[in-house]
Design a protein around this ligand. Structure first.
Ligand SMILES: Cc1cc2nc3c(=O)[nH]c(=O)nc-3n(C[C@H](O)[C@H](O)[C@H](O)COP(=O)(O)OP(=O)(O)OC[C@H]3O[C@@H](n4cnc5c(N)ncnc54)[C@H](O)[C@@H]3O)c2cc1C
Length: 389
């Protein structure tokens, strides 16, 4: 029997695997695909805090976020240069593989083409049913970590629930005309209803490229088509684009622990609701999960009373950020273009801009949001939108 089976070799599962293998536990990582990190749907923007706090593969970096242009629905542009990098942009496939490699080098086993199709928690172990090479096999472990990203079947089977709300996303990575060092963020109901669109420049050594995408409360790919048309002269080979459709969970699942089981990353629904970025908060949860699992092995107890410590700790660290971020997003997603324009004007005004400069942090948005809502003009906008909910 293995010590820990980690189901899903994305960045968060791999990071838990790395931490637990480093601690000397016998870890197996199960991945349904043939290659770790493929297919990649993500834009790959990861804040500097994450690179400072965690051991992350820097050889996957293909860009940075230092300059940003925010474009309002009425196409007014606010641009800002932060002086220093706020975030790095990674090649997500390479990034995921780099963390998997760290886990393997420390003794974890990676099993590819292994899809977990069932999970059963027994008195002395967890039994995981996997489909591999067309055959059904079983893996027994003292504990399991569910890190399956957007797949919630195993959690639902254990009564842990699934997120209540999601954003729909679509993105392409493509050659572009211009070499540009601004990350562009576009707002507008006709462009990306309920959310925003982006153009993120990357450098791969083969000429200028960009990740162009959007998230939305409505079908994202139809809006992406229109967005690409609006950028048309900048996008090369527009007729051969490989559109990646995906989603982002906006709320945590009902319970992120069970007897002998924890859920982490998107599988737990722990994602920054303001932007939809999930890697940093997922890594924070990975660190907390690893400490709780190590303690469980130390005392030889894997029941939910011991494992609930995981949820208590991540809620203490991230709970308010998630709640306020989600609330802010819900209210703002109901804004009309005229209200978004008004919000843009207030936020970029001489009175509010210094506040923005002081409070803006790439991964922590609660304090900034609360300060902005205190502005009378923004409060009125929010009140108007609340009436419509
Ligand atoms: C368009 C888009 C852009 C994004 N941009 C950013 C960004 O810029 N920055 C950021 O921080 N976040 C971003 N995110 C979010 C980010 O991609 C996720 O939060 C992150 O990938 C979560 O990592 P994870 O390891 O939890 O899950 P995943 O990366 O989804 O990995 C889960 C893994 O589990 C495997 N798996 C699933 N089910 C099974 C099973 N039953 N058996 C075996 N294996 C299984 C999958 O194949 C996959 O490899 C973006 C998301 C989208 C959709």
């Amino acid at each position: 029997m293995r010590d820990v089976a980690i189901i899903g070799a994305g960045p968060i599962g791999n990071y838990v695997g790395y931490l637990l293998a480093t601690a000397g536990l016998d870890v197996v990582l199960l991945e349904e695909h043939a290659v770790v990190g493929e297919p990649a749907h993500c834009t790959g923007i990861i804040g500097m805090d994450a690179f400072e706090q965690f051991d992350l593969p820097r050889n996957a970096v293909v860009g940075e976020l230092k300059k940003v242009k925010i474009i309002s629905p009425h196409r007014k542009i606010f641009d800002y240069d932060f002086d220093t990098s706020q975030a790095l942009v990674v090649d997500r496939s390479k990034f995921d593989r780099g963390i998997a490699q760290m886990a393997i080098l420390n003794g974890a086993q990676l099993m590819m083409d292994a899809t977990a199709t069932g999970i059963e928690v027994l008195k002395d172990r967890v039994d995981i049913k996997i489909r591999k090479d067309g055959r059904i096999k079983r893996i027994a472990a003292k504990m399991a970590v569910i890190s399956t990203g957007l797949h919630y079947g195993l959690q639902e089977r254990l009564g842990m629930g699934k997120p209540r709300d999601f954003l729909k996303c679509a993105q392409v990575e493509t050659d572009v005309m211009d070499r540009n060092d601004y990350v562009e963020v576009y707002f507008g109901k006709r462009l990306a209803p309920g959310s925003f669109a982006w153009v993120v420049p990357i450098e791969t050594g083969n000429g200028p490229r960009a990740r162009i995408g959007l998230s939305s409360t409505q079908s994202a790919s139809a809006y992406l088509d229109k967005f690409l048309v609006s950028l048309n002269s900048r996008v090369l080979n527009a007729e051969h684009l490989d559109v990646k459709r995906s989603a982002i969970p906006l709320t945590p699942i009902a319970r992120t622990f069970h007897n002998r089981v924890l859920a982490v990353g998107d599988a737990a629904g722990v994602v920054k609701p303001s932007t939809g970025g999930g890697v940093f908060y997922g890594l924070i949860c990975a660190g907390i999960a690893a400490e709780v699992v190590k303690k469980a092995f130390k005392i030889g107890r894997f029941d939910q009373r011991v494992l609930s410590e995981y949820e208590r700790q991540w809620k203490k660290r991230l709970g308010l950020e998630l709640k306020i971020g989600y609330y802010f997003r819900r209210v703002a997603s109901k804004f009309t273009d005229a209200q978004l324009n008004d919000l843009f004007e207030v936020i970029t005004s001489d009175e509010v801009l210094p506040l923005l400069r002081r409070k803006a942090k790439f991964d922590w948005h609660k304090d900034l949001m609360l300060s902005i809502v205190k502005q009378a003009a923004v409060r009125n906008l929010f009140f108007g939108s609340l009436m419509k909910m």
